[in-house]
Design a protein. Structure first.
Length: 121
């Protein structure tokens, strides 16, 4: 899970950012392990072509492929992040020609709002 915001939002409303991250973590957990019906209703409202079969397949694939709870999230909770993962991602983007070499990737993220324990409610 990646959340994008502005530096001014982080500086001026860190409590808001923290609550948003926590709500996102809890939302993903509830969607994957409790009741996906509210999320599915919103998805179908915005994407009427999505049927129950497609949504069930998507949830199953997200679980099986570890798209939300794989890697570090498996032990540290949904939304776990590290500087090493950012560095690896940046390296892949340089290799793909998407980003130039020489950027200070540490200025692109903060770990202030993540890695605070497992996100299970």
């Amino acid at each position: 899970m990646t959340v994008a915001t502005t530096q001014s939002r982080i500086d001026q409303r860190p409590d808001y950012v923290q609550r948003f991250v926590k709500a996102s973590q809890e939302g993903w957990y509830n969607y994957l392990h409790k009741d996906p019906s509210l999320g599915n209703a919103l998805i179908k409202q915005k994407n009427p072509e999505m049927g129950d079969d497609e949504l069930a397949f998507a949830i199953k694939a997200i679980r099986e492929l570890g798209l939300v709870e794989g890697g570090d999230a498996g032990t540290q909770g949904i939304g776990a992040m590290s500087g090493a993962r950012w560095t690896d991602f940046y390296g892949a983007m340089v290799e793909a020609g998407v980003l130039p070499e020489g950027l200070d990737v540490s200025k692109a993220y903060t770990l202030k709002f993540v890695n605070q324990g497992a996100s299970k409610p």
